[in-house]
Ligand binder design. Structure first.
Ligand code: UT7
Length: 330
């Protein structure tokens, strides 16, 4: 079987740690509500550092952990929805900063499923290009730049950070399932600022209808996303397991997107899997979108929970709406 191997990982957590008590100074909320409804106790925000910089920090650590040199990387995929520029891509900026002179580079937009989507794309590149040795997948989010800090139901959820993985070829087990439901696009979105050109005669249609949020910040229908998430997570995981032709009981660790502890618990129940097999770090990071899965994975590898040879299932869902899962042997 053509598979891939995670050769090294790294992460970056920005310096400002904001507790639930700190959030209660900004919106009408309290630690008890946030803890019981989400499982989050604190999150970290950037202090002005750009998205690309966090990606560079995580990438350098992943490359060091993999024991390769940046010149050996043939492709960089950056999963982000909060890139610093419309262009160039975050992947290109990172390519230049780390000296990955032989790498092609592009960004991939799949929100909280971004890392899973990117690893799957990386696998397909590796499978079809004999000359490609290593792919660097980076996830980096500056969600604090798009959070609506006047909306207590969403601003308490999110955090910033970055994580990265160096991926190479192997003959280990691998399967994936990617999906989307664009009919739910308006349940979670953030528009670009509407800059009027000198020839325009009409107001933007983006201020009307389903994407009509009056501000250019993250707008969320939490209940709808919750409903989608509790179905999407078990669906994506079970489809990837089915495609792998394995029994779900052979999976040692599930690394789910960290959006809400209640979503993870419901998904575990629906899959018939013990919560003991789920890697959870939501209490200290909140929801970092596409970063959450590789961040949880990096921490679990670094603290010795996930070991070489363990069978893992990475499973995400999020804006788009998107969903995705990967089953692989670490
Ligand atoms: O990566 C994917 C991104 N998003 C998600 O995964 C979000 C999925 N959704 C959720 O996690 C949950 O829907 C939320 C955490 C966003 C909300 O939890 P909920 O249990 O669905 O709460 P709710 O919206 O039903 O609100 C219950 C009550 C409301 O008050 P009333 O109307 O019952 O008086 C809210 O106004 O809780 C109130 N509330 C709060 N109270 C204190 C909402 N947010 C807060 C808050 N602090 N931060």
């Amino acid at each position: 079987m053509f598979g891939i191997e995670i050769l090294g990982m790294g992460s970056y957590t920005p310096s400002i740690c904001v507790t639930n008590e700190d959030m209660a100074k900004v919106v009408e909320t309290n630690d008890e509500w946030i803890t019981t409804r989400t499982g989050i106790k604190s999150r970290n925000f950037t202090d002005g550092e750009p998205t690309w910089k966090m990606g560079v920090e995580a990438a350098k650590k992943a490359i060091e952990a993999a024991g390769i040199s940046p010149e050996e990387i043939g492709l960089i995929i950056d999963a982000t929805i909060t890139g610093d520029f419309a262009t160039p891509s975050m992947a290109c900026v990172i390519q230049g900063k780390i000296g990955a002179v032989n790498a092609a580079a592009f960004d991939l937009s799949a929100a909280c499923s971004g890392f899973v989507y990117s690893v799957d794309v990386a696998k397909r590149f590796l499978q079809t290009d004999d000359n490609l040795k290593y792919v660097l997948v980076v996830a980096n989010e500056n969600l604090s730049r798009i959070i609506d800090f006047s909306d207590r139901s969403s601003c308490i959820l999110f955090g910033d950070g970055a994580a990265a993985a160096v991926i190479g070829k192997s003959d280990k087990l691998y399967s994936s399932h990617l999906g989307a439901d664009g009919t739910g696009a308006h349940f979670l979105y953030a528009k670009h600022a509407d800059v009027k050109h000198p020839f325009r005669t009409k107001p933007s249609e983006l201020t009307e209808g389903e994407f009509g949020s009056p501000v250019d910040l993250l707008a969320q229908d939490g209940k709808e996303v919750y409903k989608f998430a509790t179905k999407a997570l078990p669906l994506a995981a079970s489809k990837a397991v089915e495609k792998a032709g394995i029994d779900i009981s052979t999976i040692d660790w599930f690394v789910p997107h960290q959006a809400n502890i209640r979503i993870i618990e419901t998904a575990a129940k629906n899959l018939g899997v013990s919560m003991d097999k789920f890697i959870v770090n939501i209490s200290t990071h909140g929801n970092t979108s596409g970063v959450s899965i590789p961040l949880a994975l990096t921490e679990a590898i670094e603290n010795g929970t996930i070991k070489k040879g363990d069978r893992i299932c990475l499973v995400g869902f999020g804006a788009g709406l998107t969903l995705g899962a990967i089953v692989m042997d670490y």
